[in-house]
Ligand binder design. Structure first.
Ligand code: GRF
Length: 189
């Protein structure tokens, strides 16, 4: 499940193609119709599905209706694993509780450190204020509390003295592209 660029999706596609894990991506689901990750999926021959929250709001339906319909769509696919690879919408408790221990998320912070959508910016701000020299990435099980389920894999990422925010982002993304496929292999392999 993606919301944007899909570079982590690409890392998974390449990992499977390289024979590193015996897995198949049955569907790429996006909550944004213009997510570049959808192109990556199409290029790899993977079927896609778009479900936007806006399309529900436009019909007078709420977030819970969005979550219910999405959960049913996912359940019908009967996946072994649901991977949030840059999925930027918080899933409701009803969605999460329907797939206990089956949803994993990638988050650019070490376990118990920074939660929320701005983890990289927040880490960089603390580094600039002299309060931080490292951050990290983790893959964790999804529970209703955002970014807080049991960690599966985590890796430290150093912040170097001359780093720009872009340098740090790049280093974090490189770590993510390695860690997410490895977590999938650990769970499915
Ligand atoms: C990643 O940094 C992920 O941790 C975050 O969103 C980004 C997704 O990147 N939550 P991409 O769409 O996989 O390129």
């Amino acid at each position: 499940m993606i919301s944007g660029n899909g570079s982590n999706l690409q890392a998974i596609i390449d990992f499977i193609k390289g024979g590193e894990v015996d897995a198949e991506i049955v569907r790429v689901i996006s909550n944004k119709s213009n997510a570049y990750g959808l192109e990556r999926a199409k290029n790899a021959g993977i079927p896609t599905h778009v479900q936007t929250l806006k399309s529900f709001k436009d019909r007078g339906l709420d977030r819970e209706a969005f979550n219910k319909e999405l959960a049913q769509y996912v359940a019908d696919l009967n996946p072994d694993l649901i991977v949030l690879a840059g999925w930027m919408l918080i899933l409701s408790e009803s969605f999460v509780n329907r797939f206990v221990n089956k949803i994993i998320n990638l988050h650019p912070s070490l376990p118990g450190d920074i939660v929320g959508a701005n983890a990289i910016d927040n880490a960089y701000a603390e580094f600039k204020a002299g309060n931080r020299t490292k951050t990290g990435v983790m893959v964790h099980y999804v529970i209703p509390a955002v970014d807080e389920g049991k960690p599966i894999l985590a890796r430290e990422v150093p912040i170097l003295p001359e780093d720009s925010i872009e340098d740090l982002e790049n280093r974090i993304h490189q770590a993510e592209h390695q860690l997410l496929p490895l977590a999938i292999k650990q769970l499915l392999g």
